[in-house]
Ligand binder design. Structure first.
Ligand code: URP
Ligand code: ZN
Ligand code: ZN
Ligand code: ZN
Length: 477
């Protein structure tokens, strides 16, 4: 049988191998990898390019309302378009359970938002804010069996925070049904205390967002989450780790044999709290407000050490876009009254891979294989996407053709996202995706997004390998 597509003469790089090879595709799947494959119906000349598994970004927020009724700058259409522009073929956004809502309704709600609106494939994590016996005992196991195999819980934010008892209940229930738990580790009471103190002292500009949640706040919460994970015997993923303190907690836990995983993001190796400093309240500091806040160059070095020593398995964007200017520009408007009201989050799905290539591979900090593991393979393994994240017969033909030497100055017009700015405006990177291929279809070529937003499929996911391993070793309850 003929091949539908042959990607010829590129340097094929996976998490474990690299070789010059052709990649043959049929019916959206990789069917052959080797030298001198027969001619396909379509041919792509990949000489001079790297052929790597399509990026999988397991931490993005799309169409998710936040506390103050703020609209997110990306729905599924623009958010997945931006993902494709940045070399990604799969994203895993969140389905938010608002308090009082069932998990089933939350999931149905996000399916409505995503259906027919996605340029790339997607699954859903469930944000669990209301851990009722019904949600934990009935709904969660049913949803896990239907492919929603991970949840996120928060240790801060008024409308999402869980207390310790609730965290323990959720961890235990997740362990019982095999859901992998992602934890937002920042301590609620400490942040509230700091915020009120700062506001009383008139310290309300965006910079004080970073002051209100220092590393100790993140480290304490990380340690508490790790303790809860140990007590209940479940694996957890500590997401968006910002610096040395929380990183060292994960390292400590892993050295003790606990199944604690870590995620970090581009902002924690490239932005700093100083970016939040503006000259006045109208200034640009709020563009960089996210949680945990970006730290400083010493923290970047600590994060690199965590990346290099396996403390972190995934490098995700935590894409969470809000408008800066105009009628919807809550970022700048809210900054005037207090940092407390600036929506937390920044857009980054399009620059995650270029920033890691540029700062990581080009600067000799990580190998190209590690790049693939951190941007694709590990996301697939940890979040139960067996058909994604590698280049071998049987895998989905999700491929990024990477131009390793291409120099690009990051700018808003390249982002293809809904937000009206990028925090990395003017930053120069080396390495950029030349083509993004989703299940054998060219979705982006030389910066032009092709295809259409009906081409992304929902991906029911399998139980995480990490959760399976934990269950094999026995559930204490
Ligand atoms: O500031 C951030 N990261 N907002 C997104 C929500 C979250 O906590 O991941
Ligand atoms: Zn979070
Ligand atoms: Zn997030
Ligand atoms: Zn149990």
């Amino acid at each position: 049988k003929n091949l539908d597509l042959v990607i010829r003469g590129g340097e094929v790089i996976t998490a474990s191998d690299h070789a010059r090879a052709d990649v043959g595709v049929r019916d959206g799947k990789i069917v052959a990898v080797g030298i001198g494959l027969p001619k396909g119906k379509r041919e792509i000349d990949a000489r001079g390019l790297i052929v790597m598994p399509g990026g999988i970004d397991s931490h993005v927020h799309l169409a998710q309302p936040s506390a103050e009724g703020t609209v997110m700058a990306d729905g599924f259409e623009s958010g997945t378009r931006s993902a494709i522009a940045g070399g990604n073929t799969t994203v895993i956004p969140f389905a938010l359970q608002s308090r009082g809502m069932s998990l089933r309704d939350a999931v149905a709600d996000y399916h409505r938002k995503a259906d027919g609106q996605a340029y790339c494939d997607y699954g859903f994590h469930i944000i669990l804010t209301d851990p009722t016996p019904e949600a934990l005992g009935q709904e969660l196991p049913a949803l896990v069996s239907r492919g929603y195999t991970s949840i996120k819980v928060f240790m801060t934010y008024d409308d999402m925070v869980l207390n310790d008892r609730e965290l323990l209940e959720v961890f235990d229930a997740a362990g019982d049904c095999g859901a992998l738990v992602m934890v937002h580790c920042e301590g609620y009471d400490a942040i509230r205390f700091m915020t009120e103190k700062l506001e009383k002292a008139g310290k309300i500009s965006p910079y004080y967002h970073a002051v209100s949640r220092p590393e100790a706040v993140e480290r304490e919460a990380a340690h508490r989450a790790i303790s809860h994970a140990e007590i209940t015997g479940v694996p957890i993923m500590i997401v968006h780790v910002s610096g040395r303190e929380a990183m060292e907690q994960i390292r400590w836990a892993r050295n003790r044999g606990l199944r604690i995983m870590g995620e970090t993001c581009p902002q924690y190796v490239s932005l700093s709290a100083d970016d939040l400093k503006g000259l006045n309240m109208d200034d640009t500091g709020s563009k960089y407000v996210c949680s945990p806040p970006p730290r400083d160059p010493e923290s970047w070095a600590a994060i690199w050490s965590g990346i290099q020593t396996g403390v972190f398995q995934t490098f995700s964007s935590d894409h969470c876009p809000f408008y800066f200017e105009g009628k919807l520009g809550k970022k700048s408007a809210a900054a005037r009254s207090s940092f407390r009201w600036v929506p937390n989050g920044i857009p980054g799905v399009a620059v995650r891979m270029p920033l890691l290539w540029s700062e990581g591979v080009m600067k000799g900090r990580i190998s190209p294989n590690e790049f693939v593991a951190l941007t694709s393979t590990n996301h697939a393994r940890i979040y139960g996407l067996a058909q994604k994240g590698s280049i071998a017969p049987g895998f989905d033909a999700d491929l990024t053709l990477w131009d390793p030497k291409r120099k690009i100055t990051i700018t808003q017009s390249l982002m293809e996202h809904g937000a009206d700015y990028t925090p990395w405006e003017g930053v120069e990177v080396t390495g950029w995706p030349a083509m993004t291929i989703l299940r054998g279809e060219i979705m982006m070529r030389d910066g032009e997004v092709l295809g259409n937003p009906t081409m992304g499929n929902f991906l029911p996911r399998e139980i995480s390998n990490e959760a399976l391993r934990a269950r094999e070793s026995g559930d204490p309850f």
